[in-house]
Design a binder for this molecule. Structure first.
Ligand code: TRH
Length: 388
């Protein structure tokens, strides 16, 4: 699907996005990226309701956690301080996005039902590469009590889904990236030469990390590991016999040199992925960014009860690995599964396919772009619903 035209003069649509932070950074990470894009690329007037401003502050340091209402990047941010809060005055937007099935305030829903024309109401779901997603994308669901209809908007990796977020200027920014300056400013060292393998590591706690760290330490060629401070930092510290591995720390063992990085504002997160040769990412938003970075990567999927995440892992692999030779496909399957709890990751087995993974990463980014950018697809859906 192609990107729909931006809003036209006199049609600045209002959009309210409701985001409840369940855990970590992904819920607000996706909503904040979407909000900025709707504002910057489509000219929508966006208001973002968020219940946890402290988590938001990590992604956007301009956010003041003490304020009930503020603005950043042209987006109005409302502290969704209690479930019933819907802003000081009840204003209903043209497009209402409830993210990840959070419950929007009852008074707001009742006012939506009174509004003419009715707002376009969308529940933004979590990303999955599974086939069923295309069948359910944009299915309407009538409200049991009010004359309202909500659509389920499913991000996905295949045709007929809502796609994933991609800013219009992303590829150009990646091509302009000044790696030498980044290394000096962010890591405090010169950019490693081509003999070193640079690996970024953004992950949940993971028992498989010890085996990988040992393989990198004992390997024949240098590995430079970049670790954003977070849930995996404790394991890195233990490996090096340090009390902690906080931003600014460095450690060396054998062929492995590791650097801990501070958490950066969201628009700068991509730089880490561009600077590395291999990326380890997790959750949803960083998983998508790794695909746009066009580098080989491994995904630490968000673990769900009853291993419900495993079909999603396989579905992503089915898309991403489909263009690979059988041996490279087997290697990435083994490696991603081992990184997600099944077996021990074998770095040498994975790394020897680097050239093929790099070629596939670029090809896959083109295939994924063909699905259309999520924000653009949402704008097109809203326009269709409004008869525009
Ligand atoms: O943080 P995550 O694990 O988030 C989630 C949540 O757990 C959520 O509940 C779950 O449902 C979802 O995953 C699937 O991973 P994710 O999605 O990659 O979000 C991390 C965000 O943090 C992403 O937007 C990038 C951002 N980030 C920065 O802005 N700066 C940084 O320095 C780093 C390391 C990350």
């Amino acid at each position: 699907m192609s990107t729909p035209p931006s809003h036209q003069a006199g049609q600045e649509l209002a959009c309210d996005i409701f985001c409840a932070v369940v855990d970590n950074f992904g819920d607000i990470g996706v909503c904040w990226r979407l909000a900025r894009q709707l504002r910057a690329e489509h000219g929508w007037r966006v208001r973002l309701f968020v219940d946890d401003l402290a988590v938001f502050h990590a992604l956007c340091p301009a956010v003041d956690t003490s304020l009930a209402r503020q603005e950043a990047a042209g987006v109005v941010i409302e502290h969704w301080r209690e479930p019933a809060h819907a802003g000081d005055a009840l204003e209903i937007a043209d497009v209402v996005v409830e993210a990840f099935a959070c419950e929007i305030p009852h008074a707001y829903i009742a006012a939506m039902a009174r509004r003419e024309p009715k707002p376009v109401w969308v529940n933004l779901e979590y990303l999955s590469g599974e086939d069923w997603v295309a069948d359910f994308h944009l299915r309407p669901s009538p409200h049991p009590r009010y004359p309202l209809e909500k659509s389920f908007f499913f991000p996905g990796l295949g045709a007929g889904t809502g796609g994933v977020l991609k800013e219009r200027g992303l590829d150009a920014a990646r091509e302009r990236f000044d790696a030498a300056t980044w290394w000096r400013e962010r890591v405090g060292i010169e950019r490693p030469d081509a003999a070193s393998t640079v690996i970024s590591l953004f992950a949940y706690e993971n028992p498989a990390v010890d085996a990988l760290l040992a393989q990198w330490r004992d390997g024949a060629s240098p590995v430079v590991l970049l670790v954003p401070e977070g849930r995996i930092s404790g394991a890195i510290a233990r490996f090096f016999g340090l009390p902690k591995f906080a931003a600014g720390a460095s450690a060396r063992a054998g062929a492995l040199q590791a650097h801990a990085l501070g958490f950066v504002e969201q628009p700068r997160f991509d730089e880490l992925l561009w600077a590395a040769d291999f990326n380890f990412v997790r959750g949803e938003d960083s998983f998508v960014r790794a695909q746009w970075a066009q580098k080989p990567f491994a995904w630490h999927i968000y673990p769900q009860a009853d291993d419900a995440h495993l079909p999603k892992l396989d579905a992503a692999l089915a898309h991403y690995a489909s263009g690979l030779s059988p041996s490279a496909r087997d290697a990435i399957n083994r490696f991603w599964h081992a990184w997600n709890g099944a077996g021990t990751p074998d770095w040498a087995d994975f790394r020897r396919h680097r050239g093929e993974f790099e070629a596939r990463a670029a090809q896959w980014a083109d295939e994924l772009a063909d699905v259309g950018d999520l924000a653009g697809n949402l704008v097109a859906h809203a326009a269709a619903r409004m008869g525009g």
